[in-house]
Each structure stands twice: as C-alpha cells, then as structure tokens.
Ligand binder design. Structure first.
Ligand SMILES: Cc1ncc(COP(=O)(O)O)c(C=O)c1O
Length: 413
C-alpha cells in the first residue's frame, strides 16, 4: 500500500486557514495529547481533586496562553505560574479560573493581584510583611488571597513548620488578606523515605494550625513526580512536566505501572524544512570553526534554526534528526539561526528543501525523545522543552490538523 505523502507545513497551514510560517522551523504542539495527559493525571489523583497545571516559563516552552486555554476547556481547575506578569498575561488572555503564583513577588503587585483574583504565595517573613502592608492599604477591594509555603526539606523557600501556625494567625488577622492555601514542594518524589519525612513535617504543620484554632486552608503538595508515585493529593495537585507528556527523569519508570506510562504522550515536536541542500566536496568545513570537515563528497542540508531558538549549541556534532523516517547526523557547530545535517546516505532521490525534518518527536517509525536531547546536553528534560525560545513559531494541532499558530507577531486560530 502506498501512503500519500504528508502535505507540507505550508499546505497544512493554508488548508487550516492559518497564516504562513515566518520561516520553516517550528514547534508542533499536540493538543489531543495534552488533554489526554491531563485526563490520565486526574484519574491517577482522583477525579474530584482540583488540578492546577503548572504553566510557568511559557508552559515549559509550549506556549502559556494557548496551552492554558486548551487545559481550561479540558477541565483544569486553575493554573500555577512563577511570576506576577505570567499570571497577568493569563488573565489578560481570558483565563478566568484560579491562578496561583508559586514564587514570591514584589509587594507592589499585591493590590492588582487582589483585584484580579490572583493568588500569591509567601515563604518568608521578609517577603510577608510588605505584602500584608500593601494588601491592608488596598483593603477596600476584594481580599488578597495568600498561600503559605512550608519548608519541609527542599531548602529553597517556605516557613519553618514550627513558625507556620504563627504566620497563619498573623495572615488571618490582617486586613485585606485571606489565608487561601498551605503547600510544600517535594525534593525527590522518587525517594520514598525523603518524601515520607517531608510529608510528616507537612502534617505536623497542619496539626499546629488546627491546634492554634486556625481553619486549615486547602493544601497542595504533589507535582508530576508526586502524582505518579501516589503521594496524597490533599486538596489539589500541581503537575507540570507530565501534563506535557514527559515523565520526570529521576523516576524509575520501570517501577511505575506500565499502563500509566503508556498513557502519557509528548505534546511537543520540533520540525524544520531546509533552506538549502547542497552537494559539497570532500574536505569542506561545515559552520564556524570548523569542528566538522566532510570526509567524502557530501550532501548537506541547512535547517533554519539554532541556539537562538533554544536548540543548544552543545548538541553540535552530537544530535541527530529524522528525515524520511531515518536518522541523520547533525554536523558542524550549531549557529544561532542555522544547523546542518549530513543527508548523503538517505536512500532514494536526493533530499531536497521539500523534505521535512524532525529534531524532537516522532517521524514515521522512529522518534527522537526529549530524554535523548537531555542526555546529550547533560541536562534534564524540563530544561530542553523550556529552552525553546519565543521566536520559534508554535503550531497547535488537533487530530484534524493545525488549529492555531503563534509567532512573534501573530496569534492565529
Ligand atoms: C513549586 C512547584 N510546584 C510544581 C511544579 C511542577 O513540577 P513538575 O514539572 O515536576 O510537575 C514546580 C516545577 O518547577 C514547582 O516549582
């Protein structure tokens, strides 16, 4: 059976009524995978558990607004971000549900946060007092919703368990503020003993609030690792990576139930079409340096993306791409806006600028998983996807084809 060739990206976008790409390198984001990952997470945590996907850092490079809209439509309760302007951008973009800012923000944002129903977090006394002052000044409007982070072992932020009840009492008594949550973050969900210690400290903290006569607000602890290892979901979960179909590097996937692992599908693929495919003689240097010189007459494809797009220079001469379902080697130093692949050995008619390359994700029977790029870069999968820069066009896909496009100058779909 002959398979009809996949229409080009230009044809796919035109058919969907979307604008053309500014250049032929783009991220493809699979919204069906996204919503089915969310469904798997909710099933694991319990359908009634409020779910606040983490969409900080432009939804780990996937595009915060587009991803949040899709997740909101699929039943996410609200969202978590790291910075005040990330929260603001979601509200401005029409996200109506709860938005939690998980990291400390300047007190100058407190009034706006209260007005916009954006929940802030406090994790140390120095940050708390200015927030309470600012909320008091703005107290004619809706109260500032404030969550308290508890330091149970991560060593990054949060009030010590022994002082949290006192802080909670102070917040409860302050004008213009509502105690909206209590949370902590796990250091190593894969380490059962460490996690048990952290959860014990969190429980002690909860008890201390109760003993002080303070109503315990909704609590949340589990990120992706916690959800996947069955950490108590309390009154909410904050999954990030797994929403995007990637399982935390450190988790021993072999010990997770196979059917759970099988349900997560990566949302992000990185694709490109060459801007030039050239036959170069033996002895020709490729890119800056050069760090690669052709050893034979070689056919070299130039793809229009580079480290300026978040495709790290450290992948030079190490990573591979897929074309026609076959692996080809990247050669020469990755430049800011270009990288080269040796396509000499691809069988069939010579590779041309009409061929589509995959640098991350699946093509035909093969796949370049994010774990492969992370390993080559000696980093984690979080960094690989989060590094994808804003200037890479993002094409949002449903099963039917493209449904949206985000470029630096346009938001289509
Ligand atoms: C406080 C907090 N909660 C939740 C998450 C989500 O973690 P993950 O991507 O592992 O699910 C993060 C991620 O950095 C975080 O900092």
């Amino acid at each position: 059976m002959t398979v009809a060739p996949r229409p080009s990206i230009a044809e796919r976008l035109a058919t969907a009524g979307l604008p053309p790409l500014p250049r032929t390198a783009w991220l493809e984001l699979d919204l069906d995978a996204l919503t089915s990952n969310l469904a798997a997470i909710r099933e694991l945590a319990g359908a009634s558990i409020p779910t606040y996907p983490v969409v900080k850092a432009d939804a780990y490079g996937h595009g915060a607004l587009e991803i949040s809209r899709a997740l909101e439509a699929a039943g996410a309760t609200g969202f978590c971000v790291a910075a005040a302007d990330e929260a603001q951008a979601l509200r401005d973009g029409g996200i109506a549900g709860p938005i939690h800012v998980l990291y400390p923000v300047p007190a100058t944002f407190a009034g706006e946060a209260a007005r916009q129903g954006i929940t802030l977090s406090a994790g140390d006394v120095d940050g708390l007092e200015p927030l309470l002052d600012a909320a008091g000044v703005a107290s004619a409007g809706p109260p500032l919703q404030l969550e308290l982070e508890v330091e149970t072992g991560l060593g990054r932020g949060g009030f010590a368990p022994a002082m949290t009840a006192g802080v909670a009492a102070r917040v409860t008594a302050a004008p213009g503020v509502r105690l909206a949550g209590l949370w902590t973050h796990l250091q190593a969900a894969e380490d059962g003993d460490r996690t048990a210690d952290q959860l014990a400290r969190f429980e002690t903290t909860t008890t201390s609030l109760r003993d002080a006569g303070i109503a315990v607000p909704p609590r949340h602890v589990a990120a992706s690792g916690g959800v996947l290892t069955d950490v108590a979901p309390y009154e909410g979960i904050r999954p990030g990576l797994a929403v995007y179909g990637i399982l935390p590097d450190e988790l021993d996937v072999g010990s997770l139930r196979a059917e759970i692992v099988a349900r997560f599908r990566p949302v992000m693929s990185l694709r490109a079409q060459p801007v030039r495919v050239a036959d170069l003689p033996a002895g020709h240097g490729i890119s800056y340096g050069p760090t690669f010189t052709t050893q034979r007459p070689s056919r070299i494809a130039t793809l229009p993306l580079g480290y300026g797009d978040g495709y790290a220079r450290s992948l030079s001469n190490r990573a591979q791409a897929l074309v026609r379902g076959r692996r080809v080697q990247l050669v020469g130093n990755i430049a800011m806006d270009a990288l080269m692949a040796d396509v000499t050995d691809v069988p069939g008619p010579p590779v041309t600028t009409a061929d589509e390359f995959t640098l991350l994700g699946a093509q035909e029977q093969d796949r370049i998983p994010v774990e492969e790029l992370a390993q080559l870069r000696t980093t984690n999968t979080w960094e690989v996807v989060t590094a994808m820069s804003a200037r890479l066009p993002r094409v949002y896909h449903a099963a039917s084809g493209p449904v949206g496009l985000r470029t630096l100058t346009s938001r289509g779909g």
